[in-house]
Design a protein around this ligand. Sequence first.
Ligand SMILES: NC(=O)C1=CN([C@@H]2O[C@H](COP(=O)(O)OP(=O)(O)OC[C@H]3O[C@@H](n4cnc5c(N)ncnc54)[C@H](O)[C@@H]3O)[C@@H](O)[C@H]2O)C=CC1
Ligand SMILES: CC(=O)C(=O)O
Ligand SMILES: [Mg+2]
Length: 556
Amino acid sequence: MQLTTAARSHGHAVLRDPHLNRGTAFTHSERAALGLDGLLPPAVQSLADQAWRTYQQYRAQPTVLAKNTFLAALHDRNRVLYFKLLEDHLKELLPVVYAPGVADAIQRYSHEFQRPHGVYLSVDDPDGVERALRNYGLGPEDVDLLVATDAEQILGIGDWGANGMVISIGKLAIYTAAAGIDPARVIPVMLDVGTDRESLLNDPLYVGSRHRRVRGDRYDALVSTFVESASRQFPHALLHFEDFGPSNARRILRRYQRSARVFNDDLQGTGAVALAAVLAGLRAIGSHPSEQRVVIFGAGTAGVGIADQVRALMIRAGLDADEATRRVWCIDRDGLLVDDMPALRDYQRAYARPAREVAGWGTGGVIGLAEVVARVHPTILVGTSTAGGAFTRPILRELATHVDRPIILPLSNPTERIEVVPADAIAWTDGRALVATGTPWDPVSHGGTEHVIAQANNALVYPGIGLGTIVARAEAVTDGMLLAAAEAMAALVDAGQPGAGLLPPVEELRTMSVAVAVAVARQALRDGVAHAELPDIPQAVLDAMWHASYRPLDVR
Ligand SMILES: NC(=O)C1=CN([C@@H]2O[C@H](COP(=O)(O)OP(=O)(O)OC[C@H]3O[C@@H](n4cnc5c(N)ncnc54)[C@H](O)[C@@H]3O)[C@@H](O)[C@H]2O)C=CC1
Ligand SMILES: CC(=O)C(=O)O
Ligand SMILES: [Mg+2]
């Protein structure tokens, strides 16, 4: 909790610092103390006045990209006002600063570029990592969180090289808006290892390293130097990894999970939010975790992350590990994962079916989704494939023939990548499916019932996981903490009501984050990884949360 804001700059330097600047809200005495007399128009306005004006300006922007650019400029100008706007209009602004709108901003970053943000680390200069993190100007006690991306698989739009800085900034904005992580105590990081996107390599305005993606030892050296340097310089900070490609996401997480405080959002955050939706859905239909048949379509970072957490749930519910694994069918580009496939990735291997089990399945050597659905009759169908429209009418009609209340989670982002739009999923299952999606959707009316479509995006859960980890000063994010997060989230809804959503609405993000953070901090203590003294965890969580307001200025 920060009671005052320390201001050690004067004059124009104050107005240029987004953490200090309050524009017309500076009082007369603050203006005198900070050397601002004459640098601002005379009226002294409240934060509410400023927020009202800024919101009107925001509304006047013609496109999502223009809105995103307007908000980015506000973020650069006045951090409190930016977060006040987000707090006041979270549901409306979330799709602009985050998925799906952030995808446009990422693709346009080099062209819309106005000023640098965060820390850009380059595979071409690993020796510069330590210095670059120091240059950011924050001390060892001043940082709670770094979000780092290498931008190989951003959302469902793929490799966007250095433009990926926007996803680190976007994820951090949600940390603050949703969980009150102090925006002055975070650092967005871009791990620039090049890009394989031809259009960027040929774009004269591209701001990143103009070469192909570096892999292997040099890639690993950059990540290792970053993890070591960030952990040493900011010993209490959580390192959040975002949108790494499938060949690196799990490998990097595994490598540092025991030695550093790391979290992979696409694996662990997505797994937790999907698990929360599953738990809420199973409770609503009165079904037991051990009875489920789960099909994951798109066995990459997010898909296998979800498979892991659903399997862990089934094991906890009494199945042995083999039986739990056998209840998960993973499908990727080449169809159902089978153990004799030559191109099987190491992280997919655990879920590959024995070839003898599926002998006689498939056409042309591929066992596709339609066949798996027809044979397996999944009770839970998850989409993390980026293959828009892959859950077709015949597939969902077939599913609905065998399963009364299927849970269908088409999670791919942005909007055009979704495996099935909710209205179709509900219509094709005669209104029986329980549906949650990665991007926001309006409710769907079917057969006289209005079905709320919950947004099953990791943004619902990672802010609370981060807050709980920070408050507990946990040295690691354990599997138990992720499960606790999912259970806390699922406990907030009653999906048993007709048409109810599987997760709480995004307007309730702050409440959700508190519940998740409390559960996560509590589990960190139980797991023996917490270093904070926490006699009253709920109070500690509430006290830790930053709110968008102008605090008294401590002028020296
Ligand atoms: N709702 C949420 O919170 C989250 C959603 N996602 C979404 O999930 C999708 C995947 O993201 P990641 O797992 O990070 O990417 P990824 O690249 O690691 O995984 C995608 C997988 O889908 C497979 N795939 C591609 N086309 C396919 C097809 N036609 N049929 C079957 N499999 C196919 C790929 O081979 C790959 O293994 C993205 O659209 C992303 O936005 C990811 C993380 C969180
Ligand atoms: C939501 C998210 O992290 C993704 O789509 O990659
Ligand atoms: Mg992601």
